[in-house]
Design a protein around this ligand. Structure first.
Ligand code: FES
Ligand code: FES
Length: 215
């Protein structure tokens, strides 16, 4: 009788040990080793890279290369794949005009134009937008000449503290371009994702309506 015969009972069950009443595992040492080998083979076949179990393993890439056109300028960026577009704009490109309010898609303070469409930049990862064209509040004016909506916000007192204003203006620019600014009610509806804690809504709606008539 071989050593394995002592360890492995017929039909894969271990023999009860005398004096022991507790149930024993129905898996033999051999079957556990066979399953472990099978799992390793599956991982290799699926192309799953082994993770370093100990410090000193092979280095893992921590950044990714992304190209963007931001406010008309081509930018080459190395970004952490976990970074939001908002954080890359503010912290990497120093474009702090775009504000971080809730950081969870509820306030609209972080609104920018992504390939001409408004997005809440806190809710999207920068690495998802390789090759994209981004416009922030800093990209609206032409030198000293304000965008018509920026001028309208001043003319209609469309702000108080100003924190929500960059997001309001970027959203308003898109609202007008979408054709969603033909009445105060329509503007209120299509700008409803942009919250103003100061309650400057009458001025905001008037400014968007004014600019819509001039753009
Ligand atoms: S900061 Fe992005 S929606 Fe509030
Ligand atoms: S102007 Fe203060 S939050 Fe809108």
């Amino acid at each position: 009788m071989s050593m394995s015969d002592h360890n492995d009972a017929p039909s894969g069950k271990t023999r009860p040990t005398s004096g022991t009443t507790a149930p024993r595992s129905t898996l033999s040492r051999r079957s556990i080793l066979q399953m472990a080998g099978g799992a390793a083979s599956l991982a290799a076949a699926a192309g799953v890279a082994a993770q370093p179990a100990l410090p000193g393993g092979p280095p893992v890439a921590s950044t990714m290369h992304v190209r963007m056109v931001v406010n008309g300028s081509a930018r080459q960026l190395e970004v952490d794949p976990r970074q939001s577009l908002l954080d890359v704009l503010r912290e990497t490109l120093d474009l702090t005009g775009t504000k971080k309010g809730c950081n969870q898609g509820a306030c609209g303070a972080c609104t920018v134009l992504l390939n001409g469409r408004r997005v809440t930049s806190c809710l999207t990862l920068a690495v998802m937008h390789d090759g994209a064209e981004i416009t922030t509040i800093e990209g609206l004016a032409q030198g000293d000449e304000l965008h018509p909506l920026q001028a309208a916000f001043i003319a209609h007192d469309g702000f108080q503290c100003g924190f929500c204003t960059p997001g309001q203006i970027m959203s308003g620019v898109a609202c007008i371009a979408e054709g969603h600014a033909t009445s105060p009610e329509q503007i209120q509806f299509w700008m409803s994702g942009n919250i103003c804690r100061c309650g400057a809504y009458p001025g905001i709606v008037a400014a968007v309506a004014d600019a819509a008539g001039r753009t």
